[in-house]
Design a protein around this ligand. Structure first.
Ligand SMILES: C[S@@+](CC[C@H](N)C(=O)[O-])C[C@H]1O[C@@H](n2cnc3c(N)ncnc32)[C@H](O)[C@@H]1O
Length: 238
């Protein structure tokens, strides 16, 4: 099945689906506290004496808050204006100053070349097609300084069995769930739930490495504690 069979609007209105989620529920439960493995990225950024960091698709800002509390100069953007309003309310409440902008992670980023020491993208860059992901890698590479740190998460391949925190094996989502449809290589669409209609891309390791090739080296990855996401880190080559 190709993209044309899915009746996805040409104007990519699915792209801002999250704005509707934030309008409906405010900050969702699962975005209230930092992602489980975020400490790994935070420690790595501190070890590297990171000063300026960009939070790509920052949402309501749970990681921006952590980074600002750790003394970093934080910039972030998101496509959802509502997410940024929720984030700014939190920053004011906590007395933190964070530069927020509305921008598309698959478009041009509103920052100069070589501006950041680090870029993070948590539960972010897989919300689109593989060629979208490639565009975001190009922009992240452009705004990072030579040797700059890039940390991000990818969801686990929908077709691989997952093992949760308690060691229980879960069935692969795509193969047994009629609500998840494979629409292209590494690309899936959910027909129910809060992200219904949003394409998700989950490249395998070889494809991911080829997407990063020439822009990043020192690529390290591990599967996180609940086997839902892969955490990847890399350094920009210039
Ligand atoms: C699962 S939330 C994660 C938010 C945040 N990174 C976090 O970990 O709390 C995904 C975020 O990606 C944003 N997003 C989706 N597509 C986007 C795009 N094309 N450009 C910028 N942000 C986008 C959504 O608005 C949403 O805030």
């Amino acid at each position: 099945m190709g993209r044309e069979d899915l009746h996805l609007p040409d104007n990519r209105s699915w792209e801002n689906a999250w704005d509707g989620i934030y309008k409906k529920v405010g900050i969702p439960e699962d975005l209230q506290h930092p992602y489980g493995c975020f400490n790994y990225l935070m420690n790595e950024m501190l070890r590297r004496k990171t000063r300026k960091v960009l939070d790509v698709a920052m949402g309501p800002g749970r990681h921006s808050i952590e980074m600002a509390k750790n003394g970093l100069e934080v910039y972030g953007f998101d496509l959802s204006n509502t997410a940024l309003e929720l984030a700014q309310n939190k920053f004011v409440e906590l007395g933190l100053t964070i530069d927020t902008r509305v921008a598309n992670m698959f478009g041009e980023y509103p920052y100069e070349d070589n501006y950041f020491d680090a870029v993070i993208a948590i539960q972010a860059i897989y919300h689109g097609y593989p060629d979208d992901m490639l565009k975001s890698f190009k922009e992240i590479h452009r705004v990072l300084k030579p040797g700059g740190f890039f940390g991000f998460t990818l969801s686990i391949d929908c077709e691989r069995p997952m093992v949760d925190f308690h060691g229980t094996k879960k069935t692969p989502r795509a193969r047994n769930d009629k609500n998840v449809e494979k629409i292209g290589e590494f690309t899936y669409i959910f027909h129910t739930g809060r992200e219904s209609g949003v394409p998700h891309s989950y490249p395998d390791e070889a494809t991911l490495l080829s997407m990063l090739n020439g822009k990043f080296n020192d690529v390290k990855g591990f599967t996180d504690y609940d086997r839902m996401y892969r955490m990847i880190s890399a350094s920009a080559i210039k």
